[in-house]
Design a protein around this ligand. Structure first.
Ligand SMILES: NC(=O)c1ccc[n+]([C@@H]2O[C@H](COP(=O)([O-])OP(=O)(O)OC[C@H]3O[C@@H](n4cnc5c(N)ncnc54)[C@H](O)[C@@H]3O)[C@@H](O)[C@H]2O)c1
Length: 395
């Protein structure tokens, strides 16, 4: 096949996370250009045309986008429950695919995507942009160097301080759209644990509940029509950040059924044990990881730019090395500088055949753990084995 020098990208879901696709719009000699957008909202498509590319093809039917011969690659940036259908259809139509996390909302869905990918012969990657953040790359480098020994224990605490605004005012809050928030926010965290340790989870169990969000409000109640809007703290926050693509549904409506706090325990390959806690009603936001090895431990501290490495004094090998505090400067760009880098990695994969850092298998394993942990939480908290990936993707 003749090597294409500038790939033509179409994005499905043009606002919200679809903003990432602008990274691929480099019409003046860059390696890619954004030529099309599909969405369910006409006003979003109109804004996309006006702000990004006035000549872009736009459509309310994603099938029209993937059917076009003048598109080489498709970025699936629409809600979670669309990923499997859209990515499989795009791969079958001969497009390279970038798919946002979580890969799908079921493990079976991920496995169908893996099979569609293998069948297509096209390139495929998942939007795990945390793998591209300087702070976590540094943590992985330290772990890989062996300085803290063999990793045995991992702990992650995720305070999702904006949980209400991000997850309960719209489609995320209902399990039919997302399965649960262990596939949403936690898909990144579970993946970080897998990536930094280099091991996948074998078995998981969890406890969790819906403590703050949800309730008895009607499903069709929206904040701006609510009699309590002047006193509801959730309304006040949402009003200042509302965007055209955002729903404005009541966070206390009946249909909400996804846990707002979860604690899961993961038994990993090589005997590593990991614990993960996620809470959506904390006043502050922070994401904190600790990896403990036989020779020391590494932890990122709360502001996201500092890493502490502590070594055990009785280690002969490292007895003369003091504990390290590393300050990691984020790169420029969205998500701590990760978005431009992940967009570049996609182009390296499509144009140069490079293996991406954010692989489809990583996407599948993170979803499989989130699904199994959610099942455990909802069915008595017993241990659930992680199903093996399909034969086409086993090493
Ligand atoms: N990697 C990251 O850091 C990151 C960050 C945010 C979101 N995400 C992921 O991106 C995806 C989108 O999240 P979001 O918060 O932007 O969602 P969103 O609700 O804002 O929707 C994004 C866009 O998709 C459109 N859309 C909605 N339903 C659609 C459908 N059925 N078909 C086509 N388009 C549709 C919306 O109109 C909107 O323009 C999710 O899967 C989410 O997990 C990833």
């Amino acid at each position: 096949m003749k090597k294409t020098t500038q790939i033509r990208v179409g994005v499905i879901g043009v606002t919200g996370r679809g903003g990432l696709a602008r990274q691929w719009h480099k019409p003046d000699g860059g390696r890619s250009v954004l030529v099309a957008g599909a969405d369910v909202k006409q006003d979003a498509l109109d804004a996309f045309k006006a702000e990004v590319n006035k000549d872009a093809f736009t459509t309310l039917d994603y099938r029209e986008l993937i059917a076009r011969d003048d598109i080489d690659a498709v970025a699936v940036c629409s809600p979670d429950f669309t990923h499997e259908e859209y990515a499989c259809a795009a791969l079958a139509a001969g497009k390279h695919v970038f798919c946002e996390k979580p890969m799908a909302i079921t493990t079976e869905g991920c496995d169908r995507m893996l099979k569609a990918w293998k069948k297509s012969g096209k390139k495929f990657m998942i939007g795990f942009n945390m793998r591209y953040m300087n702070i976590f790359r540094t943590m992985k480098d330290v772990v890989d160097s062996g300085v803290i020994g063999e990793i045995k224990v991992v702990w992650c605490r995720h305070f999702v301080g904006f949980g209400g605004d991000w997850y309960y005012h719209d489609w995320h809050g209902n399990s039919k759209n997302s399965t649960g928030l262990l596939l949403q926010k936690a898909s990144h965290d579970i993946d970080m644990i897998h990536w930094i340790t280099g091991q996948y989870t074998k078995r998981v169990s969890g406890f969790g509940s819906l403590d703050y969000y949800g309730g008895n409000k009607p499903n069709d109640l929206v904040c701006n029509e609510c009699a309590e809007k002047r006193t509801c703290v959730e309304y006040q926050y949402n009003e200042t950040t509302r965007k055209v693509n955002r729903m404005n549904q009541c966070v206390f409506r009946k249909e909400i059924d996804v846990e707002d706090n979860s604690t899961i325990m993961m038994e990993m390959e090589n005997g590593i044990h990991a614990t993960y806690m996620q809470c959506h009603y904390t006043p502050d936001y922070c994401r904190n990881y600790t990896f403990i090895g036989t020779e020391g431990r590494i932890e990122n501290v709360d502001d996201g730019t500092n890493v502490i490495v502590k070594l055990r004094n009785r280690s002969k090998r490292w007895k003369n090395i003091a504990d390290q505090h590393l300050t990691i400067k984020p790169a420029v760009g969205g998500h701590g500088g990760a978005d431009p880098v992940i967009a570049d990695d996609f182009l390296d994969m499509v144009l140069d055949g490079k293996e991406p850092i954010a692989t489809p298998m990583a996407g599948r394993m993170s979803v499989a753990v989130g699904v199994a942990a959610t099942h455990s939480i909802r069915h008595g908290s017993g241990g659930v084995n992680i199903p093996r990936p399909p034969a086409c993707c086993r090493q």
